[in-house]
Ligand binder design. Structure first.
Ligand code: HL5
Ligand code: SIN
Ligand code: MN
Length: 269
């Protein structure tokens, strides 16, 4: 999957790039089945919504489900990662934000790199997020909203306001931008929410300001986010590093492998 020069330019300027229907319906079915299986595995990697007992997010599914292990090496993700980061990359984090119908809560306005700088002492924002839509994303089911170009402001505001020495997952609520900051940012950058059928992919920058509203629709909005880090930009934790399911320690460069996602997990698992 080669990005065109125009697409690369668009990504650099705007901080995100939507490519519709990069994965086909059978591949999406396989990924959804793998997520369903994985969301039943109890453990710390599974985050529940505050109210009720629906799943908010699951981390590190590539460690348990072969479909996700295959996905992170697929050329449709890895080629753009090589192109946009300009060097060897490894998988830094993989999560699925589940946004279930009716109960999926908001993801507060934030910049990812702040979380990783505070919690993991990550040196530089040399990462790429790849969001894979596991459901159709519409205006109704809580699409991610981006502030185009906001990544070029760098980290916004006073980071000493936050003291995230979390050993667990950092919820965007913990590092959220203030209403005053958001009013100014939206005034300067505007807002845009990429939408499209399941199987579409949105590439986005670790410093772009983003967030999403609750899902009050009857439709799920499962979003997988694979985050690649440039080899050489590993976290330098001062204390105990965060658990492996959150922040991968295996920094060996990923090599492209287009093993089919559909058969990767076997038929009847
Ligand atoms: N939950 C992530 C982590 O690493 C951080 C958030 O969207 C990414 C801000 O704990
Ligand atoms: C995130 O930034 O990880 C959450 C975005 C979302 O799932 O809406
Ligand atoms: Mn985020």
């Amino acid at each position: 999957m080669r990005l065109t020069d125009d697409e690369v330019r668009g990504y650099r300027e705007r901080g995100f790039l939507l490519v519709e229907s990069l994965f086909g319906p059978e591949e999406v079915d396989a990924l959804r089945a793998a997520f369903l299986r994985d969301s039943r595995v109890p453990g710390e990697q599974r985050i529940l919504e505050d109210k009720g007992d629906t799943v908010r997010a699951v981390y590190g599914s590539h460690r348990r489900q072969p479909e996700f292990a295959a996905l992170v090496r697929n050329s449709r993700l890895l080629e753009p990662a090589h192109r946009l980061l300009g060097r060897d990359v490894y998988l830094f984090q993989l999560k699925v934000n589940a946004k279930p119908p009716f109960t999926g809560e908001q993801w507060a306005w934030h910049q990812d790199f702040l979380a990783w700088q505070l919690a993991d002492n990550l040196p530089a924002p040399r990462l790429l997020n790849v969001g894979v839509f596991l459901d159709d994303v519409t205006e109704f089911n809580g699409p991610v909203i981006f502030l185009p170009g906001s990544h070029r402001d760098g980290l916004v505001g006073d980071r000493t306001r936050h003291s995230t020495r979390s050993v667990q997952h950092v919820d965007p609520d913990d590092i959220s931008l203030t209403p005053a900051q958001m009013a100014d940012l939206v005034n300067r950058h505007g807002m845009e929410s990429p939408k499209g059928p399941a199987g579409s992919v949105v590439f986005f920058d670790p410093e772009i300001v983003h967030g999403s509203a609750p899902n009050m629709s009857p439709f799920p909005r499962k979003l997988l986010i694979a985050t690649y880090n440039a080899v050489g930009n590993e976290p330098r934790p001062t204390g105990e590093p965060r658990p492996e399911y959150l922040i991968c320690r295996d920094n060996r460069p990923l090599r492209i492998s287009d093993e089919p996602l559909v058969t990767a997990g076997g038929e009847n698992r």
